[in-house]
Design a protein around this ligand. Structure first.
Ligand code: NAP
Length: 282
């Protein structure tokens, strides 16, 4: 991964152009994270949400990889999330569910630091907006307190598909969102308007479900022809195209060969014309 490919957010933080996602890996989490870092991933996404993420396993994988490959924590971009109560398994809530929202955020963050064995995070994301915008702001303000303490370098939000809702947060936040992480799919017209807003405000748009939600694009004759032209596979073409249009994709692959392929997208460039032809598929 070449440093010229890194993304820089509005706060000036540099992020690797592809991030390894750690959802649904359960007991394989530590080994897969260690493998991903060993192969070259420098960005890791997780969440304080035991229902889908084994965050302590992520912490084990990171510390094992750092030791084994002589990597410094500062070389990694590490991002976790505060998941509101409605996204948690009621049997395994990683904070006191009866505490106020601000306290829930503080407790969740401390759990993340402990799980990840780190004194700071690079990014803290609100996993999804709350039903009441006032509550979303209350949570955001609790995240801002953590930002001011210096223990997180930037803030973001996920699963926010309504431009008005995102603008409301952006307008009312003292510390502006630096990242939005969304499902990249046709149902939301691929967040075109949101992405325009992000471009204007230098907010990094991270995509998930990028391959899973788009088999029709990967199988499309245009992408197949480009894959043949560049001698890469359709997933590589699509990820590289996303980078070229300013999107930072997540990959949660469990396969070493897919990890290698995903990291190998930085040794080729698409022409503007070819990007335009992929753009027309969205
Ligand atoms: N904010 C949120 O609410 C939210 C929601 C979902 C996910 N996420 C984040 O995004 C990460 C990625 O999740 P995802 O939903 O995008 O799906 P994913 O976990 O990356 O799964 C991608 C699927 O595509 C397959 N695949 C085939 N070729 C591939 C290739 N070249 N590279 C990568 N995968 C390939 C994978 O199979 P193999 O395993 O066999 O490669 C896997 O079945 C998660 O781990 C999590 O960190 C966030």
């Amino acid at each position: 991964m070449n440093h010229k490919d890194f993304f820089t957010s509005v706060g000036g933080l540099r992020m690797p152009p592809i991030i390894y996602g750690t959802a649904w890996k359960k007991e394989r989490t530590a080994a897969l994270v260690e493998q991903a870092i060993g192969l070259g991933f420098r960005g890791i996404d997780t969440a304080c949400q035991p229902k889908h993420y084994h965050e302590a396993g992520v912490g084990d994988g990171i510390s094992n990889a750092c030791q084994r490959y002589g990597i410094d924590r500062a070389e990694l971009y590490l991002q976790s999330k505060f998941t509101p109560l409605n996204g948690q398994d009621p049997e395994r809530v990683p904070y006191n569910p009866n505490a106020g929202l601000s306290e829930q955020v503080a407790q969740s963050f401390l759990t993340s630091l402990k799980n990840l064995k780190t004194p700071y995070l690079d990014g803290l994301l609100l996993h999804s907006p709350l039903a009441n915008p006032k509550h979303t702001l209350e949570v955001w303000q609790a995240m801002e307190l953590i930002f001011h303490s210096g223990k997180v370098k930037q803030l973001g939000i996920s699963n926010c598909y309504d431009l008005k809702q995102f603008e409301f947060l952006h307008q009312n936040a003292e510390i502006k969102p630096a990242v939005i992480q969304n499902r990249f799919y046709a149902d939301t017209q691929y967040d075109r308007h949101l992405r325009d807003f992000c471009r204007e405000h230098r907010i990094i748009y991270q995509s998930f479900w990028t391959l899973t939600a788009n088999p029709h694009i990967l199988a499309h004759a245009t992408l197949q022809a480009l894959a043949a032209k560049y001698q890469r596979n359709p997933a590589q073409l699509f990820f590289r195209y996303l980078n070229h249009i300013g999107i930072l994709p997540l990959t949660g692959t469990t396969s070493a060969s897919h990890m290698r392929e995903d990291l190998a997208i930085f040794d080729f460039e698409l022409t503007a014309e070819d990007c335009d032809s992929i753009d027309r598929l969205l």
